[in-house]
Design a protein around this ligand. Structure first.
Ligand code: GLC
Length: 573
């Protein structure tokens, strides 16, 4: 198991430390919903630059930017028109450089989101493919197949896309006749690349160098487990695939035609060589929804180096589930040479302050939508607001986050969670929804817009200080009480809790080991780090005695010197 990083013990400049990522706090920014500098209702790059002082006082180590590339926003920017540019709606490359510089001056690293499985249908290569004949080199960059049926009128397989509806779309050939079909695991505006094509491989290496040269410190790899495919011969049916999925975790033998095939790692070995051309080496974290036993491959030092685990995110607020997940992931991370990752919220899931306030069964029932991605129950659906116990949800979320910040490994935060922000549910009218998951699943799922509503910076005023204009997704009136302005300097606010915890986390960070300290109460989790830093969480409802030591921070107030329910405290000594 790796030990304390040099920089943590000796104070070497963290920016130059090749291990900076191992125990970093990474803050995800969804650029179009963070801060709007020009009042057009859409967050932008200059908006982020203006908030660097806020990010600095938050105490994070790195920012991960969700896609900021030119895009028609068919999938919130995960439909990329041009990988080496900035969306003109968000700014320019010069704005990007200025932002990177401002972040670096503040001691904050920058991680860019790379979307290699698919481009958008407006990418110049896809337009060329549509204009070129069947069998042409331009078509070979994507996945085109003849249809089944007498006149090719049926899709090459009956597979569903992740967002619902078929995974194949028929095109009109340049001569105006109905033609071939192309594959899209996600929306039809997101055609899948053919990763057997050398030009595709070379172009992504170029993209990685382009951003690394501009000062990007690392990359988050979107659906890292989908790139390579085996579509030879007769394709299996949906039913064949479902029958082979072991439990709910997808294929464990790498034989699925498009998820988690072994060959995908050859790509990441090439990428690693590029990352290592830089000093310090560029880092990467895989978004890979794969069987837990296969996750370590994505985190190998010869590959991407780190992989998300979404296990805590999918767990109930439950001591034994948390303990099992933490133990397992630390062992796995140590075995692969990576450090573990922890995450409760991101741009794809219901915010954890809301999730933890939903009746447990409801979450499971609503979470069907990503089932195709890794056979997982997924939490894309916004909870109906009226079912949420807001107070309990927030209390548990604060306890869970404080526990996470004490764990060895990288903590990934999602913008707004430091405000205890709740998911926006049915307040978003159907007419204003944007998520393709909503449109492709009408009536079944309300999609992911509820966690993507622009942040409230001020308690009142136009779009709660998001910008001088409106907000591209409507902000409900109750956003006011979560505003940064309301919480800044306010004792007990979630923002101040995050600031305190993140500052302490940086100061206290030590080796990557964790020791469980036995507790007679099964609803209590207590652990210590090698330097005596301890975290204790009461998952129950009744107050419990605290262990010996000085409490340095707690997620809710203590009760007569005891640790109340749904509360975490850190102790020292
Ligand atoms: C990832 C992203 C999600 C996106 C999908 C397709 O799962 O996190 O937001 O819709 O990939 O790119």
């Amino acid at each position: 198991m790796s030990t304390t990083t040099e920089a943590q013990t000796t104070g070497i400049d963290r920016m130059a430390d090749p291990n900076w990522w191992r125990q970093a706090s990474v803050y995800q920014i969804y650029p179009r919903s963070f801060a709007d500098s020009n009042g057009d209702g859409l967050g932008d790059i200059q908006g982020i630059t203006a908030k660097v002082p806020y990010l600095k006082t938050l105490g994070i180590d790195a920012v991960w930017l969700s896609p900021f590339y030119p895009s028609a926003l068919a999938d919130g920017g995960y439909d990329v028109d041009d990988y080496r540019n900035v969306d003109p709606k968000l700014g320019t490359l010069a704005d990007f450089d200025e932002m990177a510089e401002a972040l670096h001056r503040a001691g904050i690293k920058l991680i860019a989101d790379i979307v290699p499985n698919h481009s958008s249908d407006r990418h110049e290569w896809f337009k060329e493919a549509l204009a070129s004949p069947k069998g042409s080199p331009a078509r070979d960059r994507y996945i085109f197949r003849d249809g089944l049926g007498e006149n090719g009128e049926l899709p090459p397989s009956d597979w569903d896309s992740v967002f619902g509806g078929p995974a194949w779309e028929r095109i009109t050939e340049p001569d105006g006749t109905p033609g071939q079909w192309y594959m899209h695991i996600f929306a039809k505006e997101q055609p899948d690349f053919n990763w057997d094509n050398q030009e595709v491989r070379d172009d992504f290496l170029k993209t990685l160098r382009f951003w690394s040269d501009r000062g990007v410190d690392g990359f988050r790899i979107d659906v890292a487990h989908a790139l390579t495919k085996n579509l030879e011969g007769t394709l299996p049916t949906k039913a064949d695939l479902e029958a082979k999925a072991l439990g709910t975790d997808g294929f464990v033998d790498g034989s699925h035609p498009y998820w988690d095939r072994d060959e995908v790692h050859e790509i990441y070995v090439e990428w690693r060589k590029v990352f290592n051309e830089y000093t310090p080496p560029r880092t990467a974290v895989a978004e890979a929804w794969v069987h837990a036993d296969r996750r370590a491959r994505y985190a190998s030092p010869e590959g991407l180096g780190q992989a998300f685990n979404f296990d805590l995110l999918q767990a109930d607020f439950d001591a034994s589930q948390f303990r099992k997940i933490i133990t397992k992931n630390l062992v796995e991370a140590a075995a692969s040479g990576a450090s573990s990752t922890w995450v409760f919220s991101n741009h794809d899931v219901v915010r954890h302050a809301t999730r933890y306030g939903l009746p447990a069964t409801e979450v499971a029932v609503e979470g069907e939508i990503m089932a195709g991605q890794a056979g997982k129950k997924w939490l894309l659906a916004g909870g109906r607001k009226e079912d949420v116990d807001v107070e309990l949800g927030l209390r548990r979320a604060r306890a869970a986050s404080l526990l996470m910040f004490a764990l060895p490994g990288s903590a990934y935060l999602y913008q707004g969670e430091e405000l205890g922000l709740q998911e926006v549910g049915s307040e978003i009218p159907d007419s204003e929804r944007q998520d393709p998951a909503f449109f492709r699943n009408k009536g079944v799922d309300i999609g992911r817009d509820g966690c993507r509503v622009p942040l409230p910076w001020t308690a009142d005023g136009t779009s709660f200080g998001f910008g001088d204009g409106g907000s591209h997704l409507p902000q409900p009136a109750w956003f006011s009480r979560y505003a940064v302005q309301e919480q800044d300097g306010a004792e007990g606010s979630t923002l101040e809790l995050y600031r305190t915890a993140l500052r302490l986390r940086t100061d206290l960070q030590s080796g990557e080991e964790l020791e469980w300290i036995p507790n007679s109460n099964p609803e209590v989790l207590h652990f210590a780090r090698p330097n005596g830093w301890q975290s204790v969480t009461n998952f129950g409802t009744e107050p419990v005695d605290l262990p010996e030591g000085t409490v340095v921070v707690s997620s809710s107030g203590l009760q007569d010197g005891k640790l109340p329910g749904a509360t975490t405290a850190w102790l020292f000594g």
